[in-house]
Design a protein around this ligand. Structure first.
Ligand SMILES: Cc1ncc(COP(=O)(O)O)c(C=O)c1O
Length: 392
């Protein structure tokens, strides 16, 4: 038997439990309507909130930068891979987030994991929402700090954990997603900030799903709640509403300088190529010049949510364009997602272990690019498939 053969058994196990991933293949550009696995569908599965992933200004910026500056940056940031455009983008992001400075990472995952691991060590403690993203969990593990998890959005429980774990000289980090990716609900940031301030804890928010979505001009949850200057570390991704690829941290200058010296993805992984950076800069221009995109995202969100409620679906606590349609059982949910796809609507089934057992759902994300017609058609299919399966 070859040393890796045990993985075959593990895979067979996953398949038997219905947990083996079989991702669909996008054949053409992403968009409100797109082609997956040979079928044209209404796409409710992407994070392309503002429809920027295939926006002509971003496409032109990307191709222009590749032609002028090449396909790659050639090195890690800390050696020879910092191009002037990286710094330009970072200054733009600092402004966008009303922060002193910002630092780009290769992904939102790298930004979260690299930052949490760089600012804490094994003497410290991390107090983390139960539903925080995997990249926060991995960063917390990498830091070696003690990890304490509080029930989802429970400010009092976070307060208690900070009180229990306080020791002289020990640093504490209170960390939350701004918008939760599987439920679409918003963190109780004002309460968490107050608690963090009372305990002298570092406050960090992962705004992957809020940047470009919530707050004035899409500035995120800190702006949405009017908490400028009270959140120490803001995380964003460039791969969702911004439409491209990468992540960033925004915060005080000394934090950014520290990450330039101790952020391991920044130090040990090659920087983003010109096409990516240039497209991100163009995305910020479009968000500034076309504010109607954010308005449209929210009017589409309202229309779709109201439609799902009228049909009798349970959408949990969602307050944002991420709307789960909670069905409960794993098998039933997989069948529901298959029916939707066969009838021309792509909304993926999200099952254990991504969400708790018995809380399976299909997750929908509307974008600014969906037309009213797209959404009404999708609702019709949801209603029909839901009734046929006895879900509503
Ligand atoms: C809450 C949250 N944080 C971070 C990330 C990671 O971002 P990226 O896809 O840019 O690595 C994601 C996306 O998958 C996310 O949902």
């Amino acid at each position: 038997m070859a040393p890796l053969d045990y993985l075959k058994d593990e895979l067979a196990d996953l398949e038997e439990q219905g947990l083996l991933l079989h991702p669909r293949t996008l054949e053409g550009p992403t968009g409100a309507r797109a082609r997956f696995d040979g079928r044209d569908v209404i796409n409710l599965a992407s994070n392309n909130y503002l429809g920027l992933a295939n926006h002509p200004r971003l496409n032109e910026a990307a191709s222009g930068a590749a032609l002028a500056l090449g396909a790659g940056s050639g090195a890690v940031r800390s050696i020879a891979g910092t191009m002037s455009m990286h710094r330009d983008l970072e200054r733009r992001f600092a402004d966008f987030k009303h922060a002193e400075d910002a630092l780009m990472f290769q992904s939102g995952f790298a930004a979260n994991a690299g930052t949490v691991a760089a600012i804490l060590d094994k003497e410290d403690v991390i107090v983390s929402d139960q539903l925080n993203h995997a990249s926060i969990i991995d960063g917390a593990r990498l830091s070696g700090a003690e990890i304490k998890v509080f029930p989802h959005r429970d400010v009092d429980a976070a307060d208690d954990l900070l009180a229990e774990t306080a020791r002289p000289g020990r640093r504490q980090l209170l960390i939350t997603d701004g918008v939760f990716s599987m439920d679409g609900d918003i963190a109780p940031l004002p309460g968490l900030v107050e608690v963090a301030e009372r305990h002298g804890a570092i406050m960090m928010v992962d705004d992957a799903h809020a940047s470009g979505v919530l707050g004035r001009g899409g500035a995120g949850t800190v702006d949405h709640f009017g908490l400028h200057g009270r959140v120490d570390v803001q995380v964003g991704t460039l791969s969702k509403a911004i439409g491209v690829l990468g992540g960033f941290i925004a915060g005080p200058t000394h934090l950014i300088q520290w990450l330039q010296n101790r952020g391991r993805p920044y130090l040990f992984s090659t920087s983003a190529p010109p096409a990516v950076v240039s497209a991100c800069i163009a995305a910020l221009d479009v968000i500034r010049d076309e504010p109607q995109r954010i308005d449209r995202l929210w009017s589409n969100t309202r229309l779709f949510k109201e439609g799902l409620h009228a049909l009798g679906f349970d959408t949990g606590e969602s307050q944002t364009p991420i709307t789960p349609v909670i069905t409960g059982e794993e098998d039933e949910t997989q069948e529901f997602a298959r029916r939707l796809f066969d009838e021309g609507v792509f909304a993926p089934a999200i099952v254990f272990p991504t969400v708790a057992r018995g809380r399976a759902r299909v997750r929908t994300i509307v974008t600014a690019d969906h037309s009213e017609d797209d959404l009404r058609q999708a609702l019709e299919v949801f209603g029909r498939a839901g009734r046929e399966l006895g879900l509503v």
